[in-house]
Design a protein around this ligand. Sequence first.
Ligand code: PLP
Length: 364
Amino acid sequence: MSTHKRYTGLIEFYRDRLPVSANTRIISLGEGNTPLIELHNIPRIIGKDVKIYVKFEGLNPTGSFKDRGMTMAVTKAVEAGSQAIICASTGNTSASAAAYAARAGIKAFVIIPEGKIALGKLAQTLMYNAKIIQISGNFDQGMELVKQVAELAPVTIVNSINPFRIEGQKTAAFEIVDELGFAPDYHCLPVGNAGNITAYWRGYSEYARYSASHSAVTRNVPIMCGYQAAGAAPFVVGHPVENPETLATAIRIGNPQSWDLAWQAQKESGGWFAKFTDEEILAAQKLLSQQEGVFCEPASATSLAGAIHDINAGKIPEGSTIVCTLTGNGIKDPDIAMQQCADTQPVTISADLDAVKRAILDNL
Ligand SMILES: *Cc1c(COP(=O)(O)O)cnc(C)c1O
């Protein structure tokens, strides 16, 4: 414990494993070092002898794991002299890009699908003062436009096709192995563009090689489980999906950019892809909030929905240690949260002691 450095952001912390030099000006908001929370109640509720941890990435500076990649991508863009960055986004990438651009003093352009961005993400992106371009189209169309326009204008793409994004995001796997002292048996995460499953697999693989050469403890690497929303499940159906649909807007993606790398992660780890309905995803989001006090956004809960399903099905055996990535914070999407609680609206009573007392005693 006493060997822990004060945490100043993931680039400083894992400097020797990231592509920076002593002269690099690091653009950081103190991202990374997120809690790995062991679930105490859900394993008991499902009646299985498993250890489930959630890596709560919603506690990054802008509320999602995107900050891990963005600190690297913006650091390298600035190092290369770029004055502007651009991304297509389902919401969290735009919020993160906007924040790190503000920090660096450069411009951010974000292309988003009109009406399909959770309210909190839109509010953040506006506050960080990015130039928001809404298209009447989906993420996949926005992504194609970004790739084309970056050929014509002096802007650096900071989507996960930017290799530095993956480099930054791989540190989440480092943190998990550092904290557990070994790699988990299974790692479950939601898959949209598939940059994150690619990054975790690289992180675990690099850590295993690094440990082998530093004689530290390891249990090799986990089996990677990639979970998608039923209406946006290209990895499950085996080809891009034309009109992806899901309430979990962060993974409303039909044409994943890291297609080959995600298949490589699945094959090399011996893992699998599976899909879950919006109802199953929302049920997992609510279960996690109500039983463990951890509030993630809908897309994030896909990892837990999948883990619970595959544990119950025996695909993930008892005795396993499982880590689920919770990619984003629940307060990102207040509209879904309010809909989830439509049957438990707050009561309104008069402002007197008797009425308050009764409201408490009646509900104990
Ligand atoms: C971006 C995002 C995802 C999907 O990650 P990919 O790297 O695109 O697969 C999942 N959940 C949330 C909350 C996200 O913001």
